[in-house]
Ligand binder design. Structure first.
Ligand SMILES: [Cu+2]
Length: 209
């Protein structure tokens, strides 16, 4: 009886202590395990330290970064492309020079006779000059359409004759004797009709491209 009571009196607190210790142990274990997981994840995310068993994966990831650097290097290749573009630019400049040589301003002659202006229409490029030669035996006054205001060509107006703008308008601004000529450089793309202001029934056109 005494032994049972003593042992029972001793065993009960011991069991309680074991249970409490077990509960504390489980709690500590859970806390530790969760904390370790968090630390490991943080390390993986921030430091990219390989987790046990994942060294190979991380090495592959580490290898992926050089691949990206390779991509950057490949993007560095566009420097070669830039060179190529510069080469292309040079060739374009050469083409431009060639085009400028081909399209260097020319002077095209239109002859005015008793039959009128010829050739008409006359085709020129921007910057070309048309030289109207009077071979009609009488005076002429080539000027932009329309008679009598001469305003069809941009900026032109018979009222600008005798002003500082006279040289920039498509208008001879005066009668020119047979044998004389009037030249005008066309800077505007379009089809520009003109006429002889002395005889408005005579007209023609210049096509500027
Ligand atoms: Cu006129």
């Amino acid at each position: 009886m005494k032994t049972i009571q003593k042992s029972g009196g001793f065993m009960l607190p011991l069991i309680i202590v074991i249970i409490v210790a077990g509960i504390i142990g489980v709690f500590v274990y859970m806390q530790k395990s969760s904390g370790v997981d968090d630390d490991a994840m943080m390390e993986e995310n921030s430091m990219k330290v390989p987790a046990p068993g994942f060294e190979g994966v991380d090495e592959m990831i580490v290898n992926d970064d050089p691949m990206m650097e390779d991509d950057v290097i490949i993007e560095g290749d566009p420097m070669e492309k830039d060179d190529a573009m510069m080469d292309g630019g040079d060739s374009m400049m050469e083409d431009g020079d060639a085009m400028m040589e081909d399209e260097s301003p020319k002077t095209v002659t239109v002859t005015y006779t008793q039959n009128g202006f010829s050739p008409s229409p006359v085709n020129v490029r921007v910057g070309d000059t048309v030289r109207f030669v009077n071979d009609s035996g009488r005076s002429f006054w080539p000027a932009s359409a329309f008679h009598p205001t001469h305003t069809a060509y941009p900026g032109s107006n018979i009222t600008k004759c005798g002003t500082g703008e006279e040289s920039r308008i498509f208008d001879a601004c005066k009668a020119l004797a047979s044998g004389e000529s009037y030249s005008f450089a066309f800077t505007e793309i379009g089809t520009w009709n003109y006429h002889d202001h002395m005889n408005a029934s005579r007209f023609g056109s210049v096509v500027v491209k």
